[in-house]
Design a protein around this ligand. Structure first.
Ligand code: K2U
Ligand code: NI
Length: 183
């Protein structure tokens, strides 16, 4: 099972690389890895397991974070409208997005970053993502609000982008143009 010792921390070069596309159909090993990433997120949100294994809660995980430079992400969370998102995805791609932006009012964190980095992270308010799921199905997901933020955070990891790369370093709490806060 994946635990925190398997998660690379900032400074590891893999976190700054562009990850390779997964050739489809994925191998058994790639499917197992992606399933393990999804299981880690579920475990990290289970109080008993998280305590027993000292897991930091996570709503998303990208393969480069466990040292695998491949375009694979897992997400597991409920958005503010109680919609449940639980996916293991190969080659997720943002195929369209709104001009309007949004940001988490409380800022963002990262399982690969063991420190607070205050500031607003401008993200697209709405995105459409195409990907292949663990069962080999082609998916097209229209996402907004918190869900759009989680997916953008994870897809950034596949492109070697950390959330703090998007914070305005001169004025971290600058409200981005044409944006709305997500509380
Ligand atoms: O990629 C990761 O490091 C996982 C992040 C994803 C994330 C962070 C901020 C905003 C959206 C997604 C972890 O989930 S950070 C910890 C966390 C846990 C519960 C809720 C929000 C953030
Ligand atoms: Ni992260």
């Amino acid at each position: 099972m994946i635990t925190m010792k398997d998660i690379l921390r900032e400074g590891d070069p893999i976190l700054n690389q562009v990850a390779e596309a997964v050739e489809l159909p994925p191998t058994e090993e790639e499917k197992n890895t992606l399933a393990e990433m999804l299981q880690f997120l579920k475990n990290s949100q289970d109080e008993e397991l998280a305590n027993a294994y000292q897991l930091r809660a996570g709503v998303g995980l990208a393969a480069p974070q466990i040292g695998i430079s491949k375009r694979m992400i897992a997400v597991h969370f409920q958005d503010f409208e109680e919609t449940q998102y639980s996916y293991g995805l190969f080659n997720p791609k943002i195929v369209s997005h709104s001009v309007a932006l949004s940001y988490l009012a409380g800022g963002e964190g990262c399982l690969s970053v063991d420190r607070e980095v205050p500031g607003y992270v401008p993200r697209y308010q709405r995105i459409t993502v195409k990907a292949t799921d663990l069962n080999g199905e082609e998916l097209k997901l229209k996402l907004k609000g918190y869900a759009a933020i989680v997916f953008q955070h994870e897809i950034d990891h596949l492109n070697g982008v950390m959330f703090y790369d998007r914070i305005n370093s001169e004025a971290p709490f600058t409200v981005p143009e044409n944006s709305k806060a997500i509380e």
